[in-house]
Write a protein that binds this ligand. Structure first.
Ligand code: ADP
Length: 250
């Protein structure tokens, strides 16, 4: 049940994108406003999303079945770049401004890129949805993704920060429970899966409200996760790490 829900939840994004691209192309064809050349880029994007959907099924299925992780060295900026293509439509639809910050010297990390990208997609999508649901004025809706080094323990921290209404105490208590959702169409499996993915990588996922200077008022929330720089042993299995260090391009 958990696996079916997780796969269905993660597939929402690429399937929505495929529908949007196809509808866009259809309406341009119907209006007779398109050349064959104009269709190449949207068709490439559609194919990429379909490929992504297939990868998600394979990786989430493997993760939930606890089979061998598919880890490789990847740079955080590349992960964010790949994830951006998946949540860009969501941000545009909800009129949310998106900014990124990368601290210098962030190293490559040994991880399963498809799974970590899905975590980023989930957190940004949740933030964008929260801004819209909270009725934050369009002109100030903002989500920031910050990536920096963290000393204790030596890790890279990714933080997704929004300026919504934050987390009510009863929501905060059940945030990571499977099937907990405050959304009408929500499946409530996103954060539960995100936390398992981060913990399997030896990291932590934390949600916190953000306050104004006098700490009287909630001004949004932040979801941050850390990933160890020294690759951790895959948490739940006997898969030892290969004696490998980042490629020299790191
Ligand atoms: P779903 O998105 O299907 O509801 P999730 O597990 O991703 O499932 O999220 C669970 C709940 O956590 C959401 O329904 C929402 O109430 C709350 N939540 C998640 N992210 C945020 C956020 N950035 N701001 C406010 N509430 C949030």
């Amino acid at each position: 049940g958990e696996m079916a829900s997780s796969v269905a939840h993660e597939l929402n994004q690429p399937l929505t994108a495929i529908t949007n691209y196809c509808n866009g192309m259809l309406s341009r064809i119907e209006r007779g406003q398109v050349s064959l050349q104009d269709l190449v880029a949207p068709l490439q994007k559609t194919a990429k999303q379909a490929e992504r959907a297939a990868q998600i099924i394979q990786r989430v299925r493997a993760f939930v079945k606890r089979s061998a992780p598919n880890r490789s060295w990847a740079h955080p900026a590349d992960l964010v770049h790949e994830a951006y293509e998946l949540f860009e439509i969501e941000l545009r639809k909800r009129k949310v401004r998106f900014r990124t910050y990368f601290a210098p010297n962030v190293p490559q990390l040994y991880l399963d890129p498809i799974l970590i990208e899905q975590v980023i997609v989930n957190l940004v999508k949740n933030a964008a949805e929260a801004l819209e649901t909270a009725g934050v004025e369009e002109s100030v809706r903002s989500v920031a993704l910050q990536v920096r080094l963290s000393a204790e323990p030596s890790s890279v921290e990714f933080a997704v920060i929004d300026n919504g209404h934050g987390l009510a105490p009863e929501v905060e208590r059940h945030l990571f429970d499977a099937f907990f959702s405050t959304k009408q169409e929500g499946m409530g499996i996103g954060l539960n899966l995100c936390r398992s993915i981060i913990e399997a990588h030896g990291g932590k996922l934390i949600a916190q409200n953000r306050y104004n200077e006098t700490r009287e008022r909630v001004v949004g929330c932040s979801f941050s996760f850390s990933l160890p720089i020294q690759p951790a042993v895959w948490s739940d299995s006997t898969h030892a790490l290969p004696p490998q260090s980042p490629p020299p391009s790191a």
